[in-house]
Design a protein around this ligand. Structure first.
Ligand SMILES: Cc1cc2nc3c(=O)[nH]c(=O)nc-3n(C[C@H](O)[C@H](O)[C@H](O)COP(=O)(O)O)c2cc1C
Length: 371
């Protein structure tokens, strides 16, 4: 109700700085138990109608937060308060890295969009894995395809396993790692996070690490994904392995992804990452984007293309490989659109910035048929 007012104030400040300010303030609020309880009852919406089992994991609802929002796994408890069914941390790289020079995150208000060129700024896999281990309540040893839960790790007795927020680990390579050695970086992150996350996403689709998107080419991808699956299948219980792709791929490239997904037995696909295409921007947005320069565009202008890609993948895989839809989801209707063309789950990011913390509840209410 008050969010448009708060948003106007927040939008008066630098986008990246205000992101951390807002999340740290929210964290402080959540540290006070009665405040946390109040926020939970205001923002969470639970219904058995929303529960879903996807790639062997029990999602309490299908609305997640996309990678890049909580890169360092700093705010998971607070995001759980907001009712997310799942949160994807990262992109995590083997070594910590600072990312590109600031400013590197920009708002295009007239288009309800963002442009970012963060460049995988993150604390590195060791620190992030340690942080996740400390947050024991999130480490539920869910296994795929047969799930086993280790009760010792579940700290909140009031929560059943089906009400827990699922944690995905989105992994990438360091900027300095040449593409031919990229598979080693993915392997380090996969091993480092294996016991701390519920599923993995291989990110080869960010436009902000030079050359990264070339890894979407079939042979490079085969090397990375088959290497990870070899490790995965060698474990007593495997973790679901997904691939996140760009919206800017051609139909031929998407066909390659589909055949590779079957070949390496991927558990799912995430479609899509941000776009380098600027065609959907308004004239004002286009002018602003020219000033901003390079980066990945997200939000409303990405919505249609992301839906198209989800539909193409769902058709091409005959619905046999679950898809997480990401791109331009702001409302319940946007989420329904993605689910209708074949997505199993949805993620918000830019929509969260523009619509505010009630976005998860609002979408879930629509999906449960309550509004
Ligand atoms: C500031 C920012 C940082 C992001 N960082 C990552 C990232 O590190 N890894 C990744 O896979 N996607 C990243 N993304 C992409 C989002 O996860 C999402 O796929 C994309 O923004 C499209 O969804 P949206 O239109 O709802 O924002 C980032 C997006 C934004 C806006």
């Amino acid at each position: 109700m008050f969010y448009p007012l708060i948003r106007n104030i927040l939008f008066g400040f630098d986008a990246e700085a205000v992101h951390y300010f807002a999340m740290n303030s929210f964290k402080k609020g959540c540290a006070i138990k009665p405040v946390k309880k109040l926020l939970q009852s205001a923002y969470q919406y639970n219904s058995p109608l929303l529960q879903k089992n996807v790639f062997g994991l029990p999602f309490k609802n299908p609305v997640g937060l996309g990678a890049g929002f909580d890169k360092n796994a700093l705010f998971l408890d607070e995001l759980e308060v907001l009712g997310f069914g799942f949160v994807e941390i990262g992109t995590v790289t083997p070594k910590p890295q600072a990312g590109n020079d600031k400013p590197r995150l920009f708002r295009l208000k007239e288009d309800k969009a963002l442009i970012n060129r963060m460049g995988f700024n993150n604390d590195g896999v060791e620190i992030i894995a340690e942080r996740l281990r400390k947050r024991q309540s999130s480490i539920v040893n869910r296994q795929s395809p047969i799930r086993k839960t280790s009760p010792a790790l579940m700290t909140d007795d009031s929560l059943t396993n089906d009400q827990k927020m699922i944690i995905g680990g989105n992994i990438g390579k360091n900027k300095v790692t040449p593409n031919e050695d990229a598979w080693k970086d993915y392997e380090i992150c996969f091993n480092g996070l294996f016991d701390c996350v519920d599923y993995f996403v291989v990110n080869v689709s960010s436009p902000n690490t030079p050359g990264l998107r070339e890894l979407q080419e079939k042979d490079s991808l085969r090397k990375i994904l088959s290497q990870l699956q070899n490790i995965n299948y060698g474990k007593p219980f495997k973790k679901p392995l997904l691939l996140k792709i760009a919206p800017d791929l051609t139909p031929e490239q998407l066909d390659d992804i589909i055949s590779l997904a079957f070949e390496v037995k991927l558990d799912g696909l995430v479609a899509t990452n941000t776009t380098i295409n600027r065609q959907q921007l308004s004239a004002a947005g286009k002018a602003k984007s020219d000033d901003i320069g390079a980066g990945g565009l997200s939000g409303r202008p990405l919505k249609e293309r992301a839906t198209e890609v989800v539909q193409y993948l769902a058709n091409g895989t005959k619905g046999q490989i679950p898809i997480i839809a990401s791109g331009g989801i702001f409302t319940g209707a946007d989420a329904q659109e993605k689910l209708a063309v074949g997505a199993s789950l949805v993620q918000v990011w830019t929509g969260f910035i523009y619509e505010g913390p009630a976005i998860v509840k609002k979408i879930n209410q629509v999906l449960a048929g309550r509004v």
